[in-house]
Design a binder for this molecule. Sequence first.
Ligand code: UD1
Ligand code: CA
Length: 458
Amino acid sequence: MVAVAILAAGRGTRMKSDLPKVLHRLGGKTLVEWVLGSASAVDVDRRLVIVGYRSELIKQAFAQRDDGNTLEFVEQREQLGTGHAVQQLLSPLHGFEGDLLILNGDVPLLRPLTLKHLLQTHREHQNAATILTAQLPNPKGYGRVFCDDRNVVQQIVEDRDCTAPQRQNCRINAGVYCFRWADLAAVLPKLTADNDQKEYYLTDVVNYLSPVMAVDVEDEQEILGINDRKQLAAAYDILQRRIKDDWMAAGVTLIDPNSITIDDTVVLEADVVVEPQTHLRGTTTIQAGSRIGPGSLIENSRIGKNVTALYSVISDSTVAADTRVGPYAHLRGHVETGTGCRIGNFVELKNTTLGDRTNIAHLSYLGDTTAGNQVNVGAGTITANYDGVKKHRTQIGDRTKTGANSVLVAPITIGEGVNIAAGSTITEDVPNDCLVIARARQVVKPGWQLKTQTNEPT
Ligand code: UD1
Ligand code: CA
């Protein structure tokens, strides 16, 4: 049996935030979600989250997740230290036989395999406790781990409690532990708050347990603890490098990777090209041959094969194969294009469906619209979809051409094969196969002049 417990009750004073530290976001997920994810390679029977500071916010955040109801929340009413936090498990884990993984809620970059390896080592050596450590060139702020030459832990001393010589020790406690629960439960009541912070330190249990073994992490970037905004930014950098290295290894071209950001939830196919200053977020997927950017933001959208999106923003939408988007287009709120469409300069589409090979090349707004195949939306065509109270739909049939500067006042249905004259304001439905003109006829008055003509102020 394995249980995992996440320490997430602290406020995180150094973040200088109203939000509990573990709810700060790192890319697409909160810190505590990352920490939970790092246990994904281990077969876990129970998952407990120790909450305290603004616990209702943490519970809310998990309520929206599919697996939220399998979590057990344990309240730590006063935050008297990491040892005190783990003491709160004594009652919910009473009688639990097995190993307990304890993870600091502010160590988000731990790889699932690292944790799996920690548990394996713990079991092979039949340790009472196994502690993840790292050798850091700059160990400042971390607890120092003192071991004998067989990696058996003697003592862990917090940075602020170290003597000057102790502070020279570069081996640090990552805040990731594996305990034989029965052993830990027996010694938890022995903790005292006899230290600089007057807190109950979980790390002090190593004084009562044996054997306790330290295992060095291979990649020390994994154990970065987030205590302030600067470390949050550093973690984001590390995460981005990881994600981008993985996609490049999988056959994606990133041009100037430093200027690109990609959420870990994004999925790309080989032979996608991402150009500079492009940001891919949320549940976005992009198929082979597409070229995104420079300068584009794609969020929660599905992009088909061989699409280009130049200096454009696409959110919550689906762009089908061979479609060209941009420069400077904005697709939002459930746009769905057909294949081979062209959505050009300064075009905004909202909640709109397009058939195949439909063009909207310049300066248009289509909202709540369904346009068929091979429609040509002339420059400056606007749907007036909002009457101040409700939104209304516009339908445009196959092969219809709207003239430049047409206004389509919704709700309205325009048939197939229609030509709308430039500058028309269409307020009534239009049948198939016709020319429609809805504007005042041009009037020319020969020889007409103003009665008095002066540029002088009067
Ligand atoms: C802790 C370790 C330190 C280690 C470092 C690694 C202790 C005593 N020290 O120090 O050896 O190098 O992590 O990142 O454990 N928390 C609670 N309840 C509390 C106090 C803290 O749930 O009463 C939670 C916090 O929300 C946080 C985690 O425990 O997620 C760690 O707490 P923090 O105060 O950041 O510990 P560090 O000082 O970083
Ligand atoms: Ca910390």
